[in-house]
Write a protein that binds this ligand. Structure first.
Ligand code: AMP
Ligand code: MG
Length: 347
Protein backbone atom coordinates (compact mmCIF):
# COMPACT_ATOMS: atom_id res chain seq x y z
CA UNK A 1 0.00 0.00 0.00
CA UNK A 2 1.23 3.49 -0.71
CA UNK A 3 1.45 6.00 2.07
CA UNK A 4 -1.62 7.92 0.96
CA UNK A 5 -3.71 4.77 0.63
CA UNK A 6 -2.72 3.66 4.14
CA UNK A 7 -3.52 7.11 5.41
CA UNK A 8 -6.93 7.17 3.74
CA UNK A 9 -7.65 3.76 5.22
CA UNK A 10 -6.73 5.01 8.69
CA UNK A 11 -9.07 7.97 8.40
CA UNK A 12 -11.79 5.65 7.26
CA UNK A 13 -11.24 3.44 10.29
CA UNK A 14 -11.60 6.48 12.53
CA UNK A 15 -14.82 7.41 10.79
CA UNK A 16 -16.04 3.86 11.40
CA UNK A 17 -15.12 4.12 15.07
CA UNK A 18 -17.02 7.36 15.25
CA UNK A 19 -20.09 5.70 13.88
CA UNK A 20 -20.17 3.32 16.83
CA UNK A 21 -22.11 0.06 16.71
CA UNK A 22 -25.31 0.87 18.48
CA UNK A 23 -28.45 2.06 16.70
CA UNK A 24 -26.40 3.19 13.72
CA UNK A 25 -28.59 4.30 10.83
CA UNK A 26 -28.02 2.55 7.52
CA UNK A 27 -24.60 3.40 6.19
CA UNK A 28 -23.14 3.32 2.70
CA UNK A 29 -19.42 3.57 1.86
CA UNK A 30 -17.87 4.27 -1.50
CA UNK A 31 -14.32 4.94 -2.64
CA UNK A 32 -13.44 6.90 -5.78
CA UNK A 33 -10.08 7.75 -7.33
CA UNK A 34 -10.20 11.32 -8.63
CA UNK A 35 -7.81 14.30 -8.66
CA UNK A 36 -5.10 11.68 -8.08
CA UNK A 37 -6.54 11.15 -4.62
CA UNK A 38 -8.72 8.53 -3.00
CA UNK A 39 -12.06 10.05 -2.11
CA UNK A 40 -14.00 8.16 0.54
CA UNK A 41 -17.68 8.94 0.79
CA UNK A 42 -19.84 7.75 3.68
CA UNK A 43 -23.57 8.38 3.56
CA UNK A 44 -26.05 7.63 6.33
CA UNK A 45 -29.75 6.94 6.25
CA UNK A 46 -30.20 6.16 2.56
CA UNK A 47 -31.51 2.98 0.95
CA UNK A 48 -28.68 1.23 -0.96
CA UNK A 49 -30.00 2.07 -4.40
CA UNK A 50 -30.44 5.74 -3.59
CA UNK A 51 -26.99 5.88 -2.01
CA UNK A 52 -25.43 4.42 -5.17
CA UNK A 53 -27.21 7.04 -7.29
CA UNK A 54 -25.99 9.85 -5.01
CA UNK A 55 -22.39 8.57 -5.21
CA UNK A 56 -22.63 8.33 -9.02
CA UNK A 57 -23.78 11.95 -9.14
CA UNK A 58 -20.85 13.07 -6.97
CA UNK A 59 -18.40 11.07 -9.06
CA UNK A 60 -19.69 12.58 -12.30
CA UNK A 61 -19.12 16.07 -10.91
CA UNK A 62 -15.66 15.26 -9.61
CA UNK A 63 -14.57 13.76 -12.93
CA UNK A 64 -15.87 16.78 -14.84
CA UNK A 65 -14.11 19.21 -12.51
CA UNK A 66 -10.93 17.20 -12.76
CA UNK A 67 -11.00 17.65 -16.56
CA UNK A 68 -11.98 21.34 -16.44
CA UNK A 69 -9.57 22.34 -13.69
CA UNK A 70 -6.48 20.53 -14.95
CA UNK A 71 -3.81 23.21 -15.49
CA UNK A 72 -2.04 21.56 -18.42
CA UNK A 73 -4.45 19.22 -20.21
CA UNK A 74 -7.78 19.82 -21.90
CA UNK A 75 -9.88 22.87 -22.75
CA UNK A 76 -10.74 24.33 -19.36
CA UNK A 77 -8.08 25.90 -17.17
CA UNK A 78 -5.40 24.55 -19.52
CA UNK A 79 -6.79 26.70 -22.36
CA UNK A 80 -6.70 29.73 -20.06
CA UNK A 81 -3.04 28.95 -19.36
CA UNK A 82 -2.24 28.63 -23.06
CA UNK A 83 -3.80 32.05 -23.71
CA UNK A 84 -1.91 33.59 -20.79
CA UNK A 85 1.36 32.34 -22.26
CA UNK A 86 0.59 34.10 -25.53
CA UNK A 87 -1.09 37.32 -24.42
CA UNK A 88 -0.76 37.74 -20.68
CA UNK A 89 -4.55 37.74 -20.57
CA UNK A 90 -7.25 35.17 -21.16
CA UNK A 91 -10.98 34.64 -21.38
CA UNK A 92 -12.09 32.46 -18.50
CA UNK A 93 -14.95 30.10 -19.46
CA UNK A 94 -18.12 30.98 -17.60
CA UNK A 95 -18.20 27.71 -15.65
CA UNK A 96 -14.74 28.46 -14.23
CA UNK A 97 -15.32 32.07 -13.21
CA UNK A 98 -16.66 31.50 -9.67
CA UNK A 99 -13.72 29.17 -9.00
CA UNK A 100 -11.11 31.63 -10.27
CA UNK A 101 -12.81 34.59 -8.58
CA UNK A 102 -12.80 32.85 -5.21
CA UNK A 103 -9.18 31.82 -5.66
CA UNK A 104 -8.19 35.44 -6.34
CA UNK A 105 -10.13 36.66 -3.29
CA UNK A 106 -8.42 34.15 -1.02
CA UNK A 107 -5.05 35.02 -2.56
CA UNK A 108 -5.61 38.67 -1.64
CA UNK A 109 -6.83 37.80 1.88
CA UNK A 110 -3.72 35.68 2.43
CA UNK A 111 -1.36 38.47 1.37
CA UNK A 112 -0.56 36.28 -1.68
CA UNK A 113 1.01 33.47 0.33
CA UNK A 114 -1.65 31.41 -1.43
CA UNK A 115 -0.84 32.34 -5.02
CA UNK A 116 -2.96 30.53 -7.62
CA UNK A 117 -0.87 31.99 -10.49
CA UNK A 118 2.41 30.24 -9.73
CA UNK A 119 1.80 27.20 -11.95
CA UNK A 120 4.96 27.79 -13.99
CA UNK A 121 7.07 27.56 -10.84
CA UNK A 122 5.29 24.41 -9.69
CA UNK A 123 6.09 22.96 -13.12
CA UNK A 124 9.68 24.15 -13.06
CA UNK A 125 10.16 22.35 -9.76
CA UNK A 126 8.53 19.24 -11.25
CA UNK A 127 5.71 19.02 -8.71
CA UNK A 128 3.03 19.13 -11.41
CA UNK A 129 3.56 15.53 -12.45
CA UNK A 130 1.29 13.40 -10.31
CA UNK A 131 3.12 10.15 -11.09
CA UNK A 132 6.75 11.26 -10.87
CA UNK A 133 8.67 13.17 -8.26
CA UNK A 134 11.53 15.44 -9.27
CA UNK A 135 15.12 14.29 -8.62
CA UNK A 136 16.82 17.66 -8.08
CA UNK A 137 15.89 21.32 -7.61
CA UNK A 138 15.89 23.55 -10.70
CA UNK A 139 18.77 25.95 -11.37
CA UNK A 140 18.62 29.11 -9.27
CA UNK A 141 18.54 31.41 -12.27
CA UNK A 142 15.63 29.44 -13.74
CA UNK A 143 13.69 30.03 -10.51
CA UNK A 144 14.61 33.72 -10.56
CA UNK A 145 13.49 33.96 -14.20
CA UNK A 146 10.12 32.32 -13.50
CA UNK A 147 9.59 34.62 -10.51
CA UNK A 148 10.35 37.67 -12.59
CA UNK A 149 8.01 36.53 -15.38
CA UNK A 150 5.29 35.99 -12.78
CA UNK A 151 5.47 39.65 -11.80
CA UNK A 152 4.04 41.40 -8.77
CA UNK A 153 1.63 39.32 -6.68
CA UNK A 154 -1.79 40.87 -6.82
CA UNK A 155 -1.48 41.94 -10.45
CA UNK A 156 -4.00 39.27 -11.53
CA UNK A 157 -7.49 40.62 -12.18
CA UNK A 158 -10.71 38.98 -13.31
CA UNK A 159 -13.14 41.44 -14.85
CA UNK A 160 -16.09 40.59 -17.10
CA UNK A 161 -14.67 37.14 -17.66
CA UNK A 162 -11.24 38.38 -18.72
CA UNK A 163 -8.26 37.45 -16.62
CA UNK A 164 -5.45 39.95 -16.86
CA UNK A 165 -2.10 38.79 -15.57
CA UNK A 166 1.45 38.48 -16.89
CA UNK A 167 2.76 36.17 -19.58
CA UNK A 168 4.53 34.25 -16.83
CA UNK A 169 1.30 33.52 -14.95
CA UNK A 170 -0.14 30.00 -15.10
CA UNK A 171 -3.12 29.10 -12.95
CA UNK A 172 -2.57 26.09 -10.70
CA UNK A 173 -5.45 25.59 -8.30
CA UNK A 174 -3.96 22.53 -6.65
CA UNK A 175 -3.87 24.25 -3.26
CA UNK A 176 -7.55 25.11 -3.32
CA UNK A 177 -9.52 23.05 -5.87
CA UNK A 178 -10.08 20.11 -3.54
CA UNK A 179 -11.64 22.38 -0.92
CA UNK A 180 -13.74 24.14 -3.51
CA UNK A 181 -14.89 20.77 -4.88
CA UNK A 182 -15.79 19.42 -1.44
CA UNK A 183 -17.80 22.58 -0.72
CA UNK A 184 -19.78 22.11 -3.94
CA UNK A 185 -20.32 18.40 -3.21
CA UNK A 186 -21.56 19.15 0.31
CA UNK A 187 -24.05 21.59 -1.22
CA UNK A 188 -25.18 18.94 -3.70
CA UNK A 189 -25.72 16.43 -0.93
CA UNK A 190 -27.77 18.91 1.08
CA UNK A 191 -29.88 19.76 -1.98
CA UNK A 192 -30.61 16.07 -2.45
CA UNK A 193 -31.75 15.72 1.16
CA UNK A 194 -28.66 13.85 2.35
CA UNK A 195 -28.22 15.12 5.88
CA UNK A 196 -25.55 12.90 7.39
CA UNK A 197 -22.40 12.25 5.39
CA UNK A 198 -18.67 12.70 5.24
CA UNK A 199 -16.47 13.18 2.18
CA UNK A 200 -12.82 12.50 2.83
CA UNK A 201 -10.28 13.24 0.11
CA UNK A 202 -7.01 11.80 1.41
CA UNK A 203 -7.41 13.24 4.92
CA UNK A 204 -8.99 16.54 3.83
CA UNK A 205 -12.68 16.38 4.51
CA UNK A 206 -16.07 17.94 5.02
CA UNK A 207 -18.86 16.60 7.23
CA UNK A 208 -22.62 16.97 7.11
CA UNK A 209 -24.79 16.19 10.12
CA UNK A 210 -23.62 13.32 12.33
CA UNK A 211 -22.99 9.58 12.21
CA UNK A 212 -25.86 8.57 14.49
CA UNK A 213 -25.94 10.41 17.80
CA UNK A 214 -22.23 11.13 18.03
CA UNK A 215 -19.75 13.46 16.38
CA UNK A 216 -17.30 12.57 13.62
CA UNK A 217 -13.86 11.70 14.98
CA UNK A 218 -11.13 12.87 12.63
CA UNK A 219 -7.44 12.02 12.65
CA UNK A 220 -4.66 14.49 11.86
CA UNK A 221 -1.60 12.81 10.45
CA UNK A 222 1.77 13.10 12.14
CA UNK A 223 3.98 15.03 9.73
CA UNK A 224 7.18 13.24 10.74
CA UNK A 225 6.11 9.76 11.87
CA UNK A 226 3.71 6.96 11.02
CA UNK A 227 0.18 7.33 12.32
CA UNK A 228 -1.71 10.15 13.93
CA UNK A 229 -0.51 13.26 15.68
CA UNK A 230 -3.93 14.25 16.97
CA UNK A 231 -7.64 13.71 16.65
CA UNK A 232 -10.58 16.03 16.92
CA UNK A 233 -14.34 15.58 16.98
CA UNK A 234 -16.20 17.66 14.43
CA UNK A 235 -19.84 18.38 13.78
CA UNK A 236 -21.76 18.73 10.55
CA UNK A 237 -20.82 21.84 8.60
CA UNK A 238 -17.16 21.65 9.55
CA UNK A 239 -14.22 20.95 7.26
CA UNK A 240 -10.66 19.93 8.13
CA UNK A 241 -7.73 20.52 5.76
CA UNK A 242 -4.05 19.82 6.29
CA UNK A 243 -1.06 20.90 4.21
CA UNK A 244 2.15 19.06 4.91
CA UNK A 245 5.71 18.89 3.63
CA UNK A 246 5.43 15.08 3.47
CA UNK A 247 2.85 14.98 0.70
CA UNK A 248 5.14 15.47 -2.28
CA UNK A 249 8.84 15.86 -1.64
CA UNK A 250 12.30 14.65 -2.63
CA UNK A 251 15.75 14.67 -1.05
CA UNK A 252 18.74 16.19 -2.75
CA UNK A 253 22.21 16.44 -1.22
CA UNK A 254 20.88 15.85 2.27
CA UNK A 255 18.09 18.38 2.07
CA UNK A 256 14.38 17.84 1.61
CA UNK A 257 12.40 19.84 -0.95
CA UNK A 258 8.60 19.78 -0.90
CA UNK A 259 5.72 21.00 -3.05
CA UNK A 260 4.51 24.08 -1.15
CA UNK A 261 6.32 27.01 -2.71
CA UNK A 262 6.85 30.42 -1.16
CA UNK A 263 5.80 32.92 -3.85
CA UNK A 264 8.33 35.38 -2.42
CA UNK A 265 11.34 33.11 -3.03
CA UNK A 266 10.04 30.67 -5.66
CA UNK A 267 11.31 27.79 -3.50
CA UNK A 268 9.76 25.44 -0.90
CA UNK A 269 8.54 27.33 2.17
CA UNK A 270 10.59 26.73 5.33
CA UNK A 271 9.75 26.68 9.01
CA UNK A 272 6.71 24.41 9.34
CA UNK A 273 6.03 20.77 8.53
CA UNK A 274 2.24 20.80 8.66
CA UNK A 275 -0.72 23.12 9.03
CA UNK A 276 -4.25 22.01 9.90
CA UNK A 277 -7.25 24.32 9.54
CA UNK A 278 -10.79 23.71 10.78
CA UNK A 279 -13.35 25.94 9.14
CA UNK A 280 -16.95 26.03 7.98
CA UNK A 281 -15.78 26.82 4.43
CA UNK A 282 -13.83 23.95 2.85
CA UNK A 283 -12.44 26.13 0.03
CA UNK A 284 -11.07 28.67 2.48
CA UNK A 285 -9.71 25.92 4.73
CA UNK A 286 -7.78 24.41 1.80
CA UNK A 287 -6.30 27.68 0.52
CA UNK A 288 -5.58 28.75 4.10
CA UNK A 289 -3.68 25.59 5.07
CA UNK A 290 -1.35 26.24 2.13
CA UNK A 291 -1.11 29.98 2.83
CA UNK A 292 -0.27 29.52 6.52
CA UNK A 293 2.35 26.95 5.62
CA UNK A 294 3.98 29.61 3.45
CA UNK A 295 3.54 32.29 6.13
CA UNK A 296 5.69 30.19 8.46
CA UNK A 297 6.24 30.13 12.22
CA UNK A 298 6.48 33.88 12.65
CA UNK A 299 3.62 35.17 10.52
CA UNK A 300 0.94 32.47 10.45
CA UNK A 301 -1.27 33.96 13.22
CA UNK A 302 -1.53 37.32 11.42
CA UNK A 303 -2.38 35.66 8.11
CA UNK A 304 -4.92 33.38 9.83
CA UNK A 305 -6.63 36.46 11.30
CA UNK A 306 -6.67 38.16 7.88
CA UNK A 307 -8.31 35.06 6.41
CA UNK A 308 -10.99 35.09 9.12
CA UNK A 309 -9.93 31.79 10.70
CA UNK A 310 -10.03 30.86 14.37
CA UNK A 311 -9.04 27.17 14.50
CA UNK A 312 -5.51 26.37 13.38
CA UNK A 313 -2.76 23.98 14.47
CA UNK A 314 0.74 24.10 13.01
CA UNK A 315 3.73 21.84 13.54
CA UNK A 316 7.12 23.53 13.43
CA UNK A 317 10.25 22.04 11.89
CA UNK A 318 11.55 21.44 15.45
CA UNK A 319 8.45 19.31 16.18
CA UNK A 320 6.71 21.75 18.53
CA UNK A 321 3.02 22.43 18.01
CA UNK A 322 1.47 25.89 17.93
CA UNK A 323 -2.30 26.08 18.20
CA UNK A 324 -5.04 28.66 18.54
CA UNK A 325 -7.06 28.66 21.78
CA UNK A 326 -10.28 27.67 19.99
CA UNK A 327 -8.72 24.53 18.54
CA UNK A 328 -6.63 23.69 21.61
CA UNK A 329 -9.88 23.16 23.53
CA UNK A 330 -10.93 20.41 21.15
CA UNK A 331 -7.80 18.61 20.10
CA UNK A 332 -6.65 15.33 21.59
CA UNK A 333 -3.01 14.35 21.01
CA UNK A 334 -2.51 10.77 19.86
CA UNK A 335 1.20 10.64 20.70
CA UNK A 336 2.66 9.94 24.10
CA UNK A 337 4.16 12.13 25.47
CA UNK A 338 2.16 14.96 23.91
CA UNK A 339 4.31 17.33 21.84
CA UNK A 340 5.62 20.61 23.23
CA UNK A 341 2.62 22.87 22.64
CA UNK A 342 2.31 26.64 22.51
CA UNK A 343 -1.00 28.46 22.49
CA UNK A 344 -0.92 31.27 19.94
CA UNK A 345 -3.56 33.96 20.11
CA UNK A 346 -4.60 35.54 16.84
CA UNK A 347 -4.13 39.31 16.60
P1 AMP B 1 -1.88 21.86 -0.68
O1 AMP B 1 -1.55 20.41 -0.58
O2 AMP B 1 -3.33 22.17 -0.58
O3 AMP B 1 -1.07 22.68 0.27
O4 AMP B 1 -1.51 22.33 -2.16
C1 AMP B 1 -0.21 22.20 -2.68
C2 AMP B 1 -0.24 22.34 -4.19
O5 AMP B 1 -0.62 23.68 -4.56
C3 AMP B 1 1.11 22.12 -4.84
O6 AMP B 1 1.27 20.79 -5.27
C4 AMP B 1 1.10 23.10 -6.00
O7 AMP B 1 0.41 22.55 -7.11
C5 AMP B 1 0.28 24.25 -5.48
N1 AMP B 1 1.05 25.28 -4.74
C6 AMP B 1 2.29 25.20 -4.19
N2 AMP B 1 2.62 26.32 -3.52
C7 AMP B 1 1.54 27.14 -3.64
C8 AMP B 1 1.24 28.46 -3.16
N3 AMP B 1 2.09 29.16 -2.41
N4 AMP B 1 0.04 28.99 -3.50
C9 AMP B 1 -0.84 28.30 -4.27
N5 AMP B 1 -0.62 27.07 -4.73
C10 AMP B 1 0.54 26.48 -4.42
MG1 MG C 1 -4.43 23.68 0.33
Amino acid sequence: MTHSVRWAALILVLAVLAAGCQRAPERHDARLLVFGTLVDITLYGLAPERARAVVADLEEHLQRWHRQWHPWEGDGLAAVNRQLAEDGEATVPEALRPLVRRALELAGDSGHRFHPGLGALVRLWGFDDGSNLPQAPPAEDAVAGALEALGEPGSMRLEDGTLTATQGTRLDLGAFAKGYALARLAERLAEQGVNNAIINAGGDLVALGRPGDRLWRIGVRHPAAEGLLASVEIDGGEAVFTSGDYERSFRFEGRRYHHILDPASGSPARGLTSVTVLDDQPARADAAATALFVAGAEDWPAVAADLGLSQVMVVREDGAVEITPALAERVHFEVNPAPETHIRNLP
